[in-house]
Design a protein. Structure first.
Length: 194
């Protein structure tokens, strides 16, 4: 599950890593992106735009911010979006580790990599992050993690002529990767409400 991520807005890094020629001028002040926030996404080779995070299904008041990669091809909810893939350029994502009743915020990034891409699907002006079972290095934090798309696969992922069914190999837990974890301590200066 992915409920926050650090969206990448550094134009130099975006152009260098993702070979972008079109980047929206609008900038968010906060790097951390939460559900329903606008985020920079890449929806075609060399082109980026801003979309809101989370689908709004007719049958729920809650946003669908994540979709399981194992079932996205079968679920009717994602029928219109499953072949509309996009990349989300990030520097890290956040998971919440439970320790009894306490929750600990953990920022996860890839060791030695300053930016990478999450795999997502889009529909109209919204996107939904695809998830998979977690890598063994971070399985103690959460039982899901976002799909990570390697640079060698960016073009195929963005190619709408290739059905997602044919890219099932990219919907897997990554291998041969090392993660960096940073547990973010809560603000101890804040007084409890009750």
């Amino acid at each position: 599950m992915c409920s926050n991520f650090d969206n990448l807005y550094d134009h130099f890094l975006l152009k260098k890593h993702f070979h972008l020629s079109v980047i929206p001028e609008e900038q968010r002040k906060n790097q951390e992106t939460r559900p329903n926030d606008s985020a920079l996404i890449i929806d075609a080779p060399e082109q980026a735009c801003l979309l809101r995070w989370g689908f709004k299904p007719d049958w729920s008041k809650q946003l669908l911010i994540n979709a399981r990669s194992e079932t996205v091809l079968e679920k009717e909810t994602f029928a219109k979006a499953r072949n509309n893939r996009c990349l989300i350029p990030v520097q890290a994502w956040t998971e919440w580790r439970k320790d009894g009743v306490e929750k600990h915020k953990t920022r996860i990034s890839i060791e030695g990599i300053e930016c990478f891409a999450l795999g997502a699907i889009r529909q109209e002006d919204r996107f939904c992050v695809l998830t998979c079972p977690p890598h063994s290095q971070i399985a103690d934090i959460h039982n899901r993690m976002p799909i990570l798309i390697a640079p060698a696969h960016y073009r195929d992922w963005l190619d709408s002529s290739i059905p997602t069914q044919e890219l099932r190999g990219l919907l897997q837990t990554p291998r041969n990767i090392t993660f960096t974890r940073l547990e973010i301590k809560p603000d101890t200066g804040q007084l409890p409400l009750f």
